[in-house]
Design a protein around this ligand. Structure first.
Ligand SMILES: Cc1ncc(COP(=O)(O)O)c(C=O)c1O
Length: 387
């Protein structure tokens, strides 16, 4: 079979290679500490499971409207009002199969062949792959600790040209855990919109913030496209449910494309997610957030003790993007050896771009503090045993 030519530009996730090898080792009886995959270790919250079980008993599981269950769209709109004091017409909310579905939908609406789209490097690997899928050209803007790994208006102005159609920003970000300050976000959005470009803001890690909360890009402008999900903060990865908020002027296009792409997001998951915003569930999510904050501190302190550099303290999500230049010249070889020899799975920087990836390793604090401590002990022994 011959694939479409554009498939040559779609790269696999290296983290999946690591995960597959970790599972093989586990199959052979090894104990592996998982700090590679961006999936919370917590189970689906019990309140959501109860709502899902009730829906399966009582609801006829058929397609929902393409934009999602009207009740869920209203609940999401209510969440914006409650969390951010922003009123959004529920018609602007499209419930999708994960944030992945929302990205596919929104980029499909926005990217024409030949368009350039600016992204932070390091960044989430899907962004450049999806831009390429639609014939666009990802323009990676190297960011570092100087801007807390965030895109800035001055970086963007320096690279903006006639082919540039828009940007994808993320806060809190994967893999750096960085959070964009409100003034930085506002100036970025102004910079792009004054050039008639689009802004896609990936807010999937909203809620997982350990200092100042992140603002939504919707508070900068109501013509941005926002991506979010039930996967991370709400702990529902496998339910495959997310959403996009689109400007009012884009509702018709989003509706048409959503119908054609998905028909609708999974119905049982939508009923389950309706319970996600209940106060009882939010209490459980806050408890989990506090545990993540504690784990972050354990991991950051431990890594610094071992000689890793953390020039910008991660403030959100569940990632630490550690600079390992004083530990190894090759983060990929280091990650593979660490897995084989010490049973600790982490992701090399190579997954996140071309901005000195050999200098970085991403550690996820999606394991318990106790397991993270054990992982740090193994890492220390592994480093001592290396020539
Ligand atoms: C930054 C970012 N965006 C989007 C996604 C996709 O998430 P999902 O499709 O599970 O909602 C992920 C998953 O790890 C992510 O890290």
């Amino acid at each position: 079979m011959t694939s479409a030519q554009r498939m040559a530009a779609i790269s696999p996730f290296i983290v999946m290679e690591i995960l597959t090898r970790a599972r093989q080792l586990e199959g052979a009886g090894r104990d592996i500490i998982h700090m590679e995959i961006g999936e919370p270790d917590f189970p689906t919250p019990p309140h959501i499971l109860k709502a899902a079980a009730k829906a399966l008993r009582e609801v006829d599981i058929k397609y929902t409207p393409a934009g999602g269950l009207p009740e869920l769209r209203r609940a999401i709109a209510g969440f914006y009002e409650h969390q951010h004091g922003i009123r959004i017409d529920p018609q602007r909310i499209f419930v999708t199969p994960g944030a992945s579905g929302a990205l596919l939908l929104v980029l499909g609406m926005l990217v024409d062949p030949g368009n350039s789209v600016a992204l932070a490097d390091p960044g989430y690997p899907c962004y450049p792959n999806l831009v390429r899928l639609y014939g666009g050209v990802p323009v990676r803007l190297a960011v570092d600790a100087g801007s807390a790994f965030n895109l800035t208006a001055s970086l963007l102005e320096a690279r903006w040209d006639a082919a540039m159609a828009g940007i994808i920003l993320a806060s809190p970000a994967n893999p750096t855990g960085s959070i964009m300050q409100p003034d930085v976000m506002q100036s970025l959005v102004d910079c792009v919109e004054s050039r008639r470009g689009f802004v896609v803001s990936d807010e999937i890690y909203h809620g997982l913030e350990y200092g100042t909360p992140t603002q939504t890009a919707l508070s900068c402008s109501d013509t941005v496209f926002v991506i979010n999900s039930f996967s991370k903060y709400f702990g529902m990865t496998g339910w495959r449910l997310g959403w996009a908020v689109v400007p009012m002027s884009a509702v018709d296009v989003a509706e048409r494309l959503a119908q054609n792409m998905f028909i609708a997001a999974p119905t049982p998951s939508q009923w389950a997610a309706l319970a996600a915003f209940d106060p009882e569930n939010l209490v459980e999510l806050e408890r989990r957030r506090q545990q993540f904050a504690e784990r972050r501190d354990v991991l950051c302190e431990g890594l610094q003790r071992l000689g890793f550099l953390l020039p910008a303290k991660p403030e959100g999500a569940f990632y630490v993007y550690a600079d390992c230049r004083h530990v190894t010249p090759d983060s990929r070889a280091f990650a593979l050896a660490l897995l084989e020899e010490a049973g600790v799975a982490v992701t090399p920087g190579l997954d996140f771009g071309i901005n000195h990836p050999e200098r970085y390793l991403r550690f996820c604090y999606t394991a318990s503090s106790q397991r993270i401590r054990e992982g740090l002990d193994r890492l220390a022994r592994f480093m001592r045993a290396r020539p």
